[in-house]
Structures are given as C-alpha cells and as structure tokens.
Design a protein around this ligand. Structure first.
Ligand code: 5GP
Length: 172
C-alpha cells in the first residue's frame, strides 16, 4: 500500500503562496505580467497565486511532456501545447509546480525567450534541488524540498492525487 507522509497542509500552502505573491507584486509594481502556467501540475497553484497578486496579469498555459507514470525525468522534452497569446515585449513569469532536474524549465525558458518577450522569470511551488542537472534559476519558490516524490495540490502520480488539498511525500 502506498504511504502518504504529510509535507504541507492546505493552510501552510495558503500562507506560502500569499507570501510569494506579495514578493512578485512588489517586484512588478506598476507593470503588467504575463503568467504562463505549466500544465497540468501548476493549475491549482496558478489559480491561487493569481488571486493573491495585486498587479494586472494575463494568463496562458503551456504543456510539456511529463513524467507520465514514471517518477524520473527522461530529459526528452516535447511541447504538447504552446503559448496561445501574443506575449512579445511582455514581462513573463513561468509558473511551475516542481522544478526537479530543471530540464523542463530550461527548455521552456529557451522557448519563451525565442518568442521575443521582454523578461522571463520563474515561479515554482516547490524547488526540489536534490537532482538538479541545469543552472536554471528559480526566482520565486514557495517551498524548498530536497528529497522524495510529492503529490497533492495539483501534483500527480500517474494522474492520481492532484485533488488532495495538502502536499504529501508518496512512498510506494
Ligand atoms: P524536471 O524537468 O525539472 O526534472 O521535471 C519537472 C516536472 O517533473 C514537474 O513539472 C513535475 O511534473 C515532475 N516532477 C518532478 N518532481 C516531482 C515530484 O516530486 N512529484 C510530482 N508529482 N511530479 C514531479
């Protein structure tokens, strides 16, 4: 039977997200921000984050190939859904659920830069540094984790457990 070890409660996540939203709102004061959420894992995080921001935003999503039923990254990144809005000349904030090896984000940052944006920064719910393979810079992180496979609050294991309100360390 899989075991779910609590990492963050719904209330703890709410406080962490509000804190990061304050920093982002301060940094982008008087500017417009294009939020680009990375599907599917970031959908709950982005929806909470954007409601705490005090700067005007546009919202779009991209989807890159994900882990599927595995828990380790292949490094072969494929864009399944591209940005639909015209983000040329915009300040962009990529909103990601977890940065692990950083391979997905390196790819997405390169891709979004190629669209002619003004700036690109990264906001992650969880910055998991244990297996980082790139020098990708996470500008805003709600929580830093070193080990383990996490589920809940949008994060899945083989498409399950996204609906859990808290975040758990899944032990198979
Ligand atoms: P990276 O390219 O940084 O290795 O992988 C990033 C993607 O892998 C994340 O967007 C997420 O979908 C998935 N991922 C990495 N670590 C975890 C984890 O602990 N739990 C879950 N559910 N997904 C993870």
């Amino acid at each position: 039977m899989p075991e779910f070890i609590p990492v963050l409660t719904r209330e703890e996540i709410e406080k962490l997200v509000a804190g990061v939203a304050r920093s982002i709102s301060d940094d982008y004061k008087d500017q417009e921000l294009a939020l680009i959420g990375v599907l599917k894992g970031a959908f709950i995080f982005l929806s909470d984050l954007c409601r705490h921001l005090t700067v005007p935003v546009t919202i779009d999503f991209v989807q890159a190939s994900s882990y599927g039923a595995n828990i380790s990254s292949s490094g072969n990144i494929e864009l399944i859904k591209d940005v639909g809005l015209d983000i040329r000349g915009k300040h962009v904030l990529i909103v990601e659920d977890i940065v692990d090896t950083g391979l997905t984000l390196s790819y997405l940052v390169r891709h979004i830069r190629s669209l002619g944006v003004k700036t690109v920064k990264i906001c992650a719910l969880i910055d998991k540094r244990e297996r980082r393979k790139t020098d990708v810079c996470v500008d805003y992180a709600c929580y830093v984790a070193n080990a383990g496979f996490l589920v809940g609050y949008g994060l899945d294991y083989a498409e399950n457990f996204r609906e859990l309100p808290g975040i758990f360390h899944l032990q198979l």
